[in-house]
Design a protein around this ligand. Structure first.
Ligand code: BES
Ligand code: ZN
Ligand code: ZN
Length: 502
């Protein structure tokens, strides 16, 4: 992660140097450089250049310029467009951050100085911008042996000058921990499935103990004792034993201590589809099928590192959905932990089998205040909402509205989808309490959510977020250059800080 510092624009500059000077500009407003280089005669040329090129400062636009003659403190000026001043929102701020990080990379800059005009950007917006630049510098390159360290020109420091320096610095202290959480999630999701097997994943979660998280690993034998046959059925085709990991952060005292906010993640380290084998094209993306578990791990990291005053529990079910002679078959019937029988008609609808047992375990052992589960659950969600929004389902309007608002606020957008008994009926089986897939192709994400709801007690506030479309991309997305996005960590961290911290 980059090192970020904030300096007060009212204070005289002592050390003032960087590879690139970043200047924000609003659409169709003139660029004011008096605060930067002092003597107007110095920057007249810069302004003339901007005018000559008809640069208007639209959102996402940028312009690279040479510094005025006589200015040696920086090598390049990067003018960043933030769009119209009166429509400055989180999307415009993040767009500018993405653009800035890309240009810094292209210019080979190690350090940036950004001078934000006073009275326009709030401390929150400045931290959002810094956070966006930082997220964009994430790389997953630990397996590239040929990289030449001496050749590496990566952004290392960011200095932001503004009138809110101390408010920003306070917020940044917290934000850094959340960004570390996002990086952990991205690392886990990007990790190849031969390395991040269920036991290896579980072992890596132990590292959270260093932050004060209580981590307990539940192996094959204890899953068997718990009667988690739905989850075990998924795991039985793999040479790797499954594992359930329970992470608990006790950051609050008093009443909340007894009822933790609970997060559950699907952790399928690789999804071949099982005997209902997936087609080869694109199957490599199924290394990201543990994305829900990755988010839960990153979230627990964030909460513990920033010492959130909340009692939170994260539960992940780690399995590999492999195909082999011991794999479960379409038509197998398994008895879930909750005692309900499931006819497994499609072994590729495995995530819901894992989650069903985790939901049941959580409600009996944790007494949650509310439950949010995350899963790369259905391809149908990608068809419905594409790669921008995650779809979610909830039996609780308050929780649903909280999620929607927080998502809009931090630009990890979520869209509520319906639950209804008419969809639930589609899961009725002739030979068991339910089947794991419907007999039709329609409403795939909804029927998956209905399946989960069969394992949620009536009075339990619950939301299920299907992150299939937002977790892993081959193109840059959500301030991530390639691969894992980390979508969900900042969303849920903010949900906790805004609504569940004492
Ligand atoms: N892991 C997949 C869902 C998925 C698809 C995630 C694409 C990310 C991108 C899940 O286990 C699955 O295979 N679901 C099936 C369900 C079907 C058999 C009812 C699907 O979506 O095709
Ligand atoms: Zn599957
Ligand atoms: Zn899956």
């Amino acid at each position: 992660m980059i090192k970020c510092s904030f300096r007060d624009s009212q204070k005289k500059r002592e050390t003032w140097a960087g590879d690139v000077l970043v200047l924000p500009m609003f659409e169709d407003e003139s660029l004011d450089m008096t605060g930067v280089v002092g003597d107007p005669s110095l920057y007249r040329g810069v302004l003339a250049h901007i005018e000559a090129c008809r640069f208007r400062g639209k959102s996402g636009e940028h312009m690279v310029l040479s510094p005025p003659d006589g200015v040696t403190a920086f090598h390049v000026i990067l003018v960043l467009g933030f769009g119209k001043k009166d429509s400055l929102d989180v999307e415009a701020v993040e767009k500018a951050a993405r653009c800035c990080a890309k240009q810094a990379q292209a210019l080979g800059a190690r350090s940036l100085l950004a001078v934000f005009m006073d009275g326009v950007f709030s401390a929150d917006q400045l931290v959002t911008w810094a956070s966006g630049v930082s997220l964009m510098t994430y790389r997953f390159d630990s397996y590239i042996a040929s990289k030449d360290e001496s050749d590496r020109r990566e952004l290392e420091t960011l200095t932001i000058e503004s009138a809110h320096a101390s408010a920003c610095a306070d917020r940044w202290e917290k934000e850094k921990n959340v960004l570390d959480g996002v990086a952990l999630t991205r690392d886990l999701v990007n990790e190849p499935p031969n390395i991040l097997t269920p036991p290896a994943f579980a072992e890596r979660l132990r590292a959270l103990e260093a932050l004060g998280v209580e981590v307990s690993l539940h192996d094959n034998v204890s899953l068997e004792k718990e009667g988690m046959r739905a989850m075990l059925g998924v795991a039985q085709g793999s040479v790797y034993p499954p594992s359930m990991v329970v992470m608990r952060w006790r950051g609050s005292t008093g009443k909340d201590q007894t009822r933790p906010v609970t997060f559950i993640g699907k952790g399928v380290t690789f999804d071949t589809g099982g005997v209902s084998l997936k087609p080869s094209a694109g199957m490599e993306e199924m290394k990201s099928d543990m994305g829900g578990a990755g988010v839960v791990a990153g979230l627990l990291h964030a909460l513990a590192a920033r010492k959130a005053s909340v009692h939170a529990v994260g539960i992940v079910g780690l399995v590999e959905n492999a195909v082999s002679g011991t794999a479960q078959r379409p038509s197998d019937i398994v008895i879930s932990r909750a005692g309900k029988s499931i006819e497994v008609l499609n072994t590729d609808a495995e995530g819901r089998l894992v989650l069903a047992d985790l939901l049941s375990y959580a409600q009996d052992h944790i007494t949650p205040r509310m439950i949010v589960d995350l899963a790369t659950l259905t391809g149908a969600m990608v068809i419905a909402l594409g790669y921008e929004y995650a779809g979610f389902f909830s039996n609780d309007d308050t929780l649903a509205n909280q999620l929607t608002d927080v998502g809009r606020h931090i630009n990890e957008k979520v869209w509520r989808m319906p639950l209804h008994k008419a969809y639930d009926k589609m899961l009725d089986s002739k030979v068991a309490d339910m089947q794991n897939v419907t007999n039709q192709r329609s409403a795939g994400s909804i029927t998956a959510a209905q399946f989960l709801q069969r394992f949620v007690h009536k009075d339990m506030a619950w939301a299920h977020i299907d992150i299939a479309g937002v977790t892993y991309h081959k193109k840059p997305s959500f301030l991530s250059p390639y691969g894992a996005s980390g979508f969900g960590v900042r969303l849920l961290d903010r949900l906790v800080s805004q609504h569940y911290e004492s």
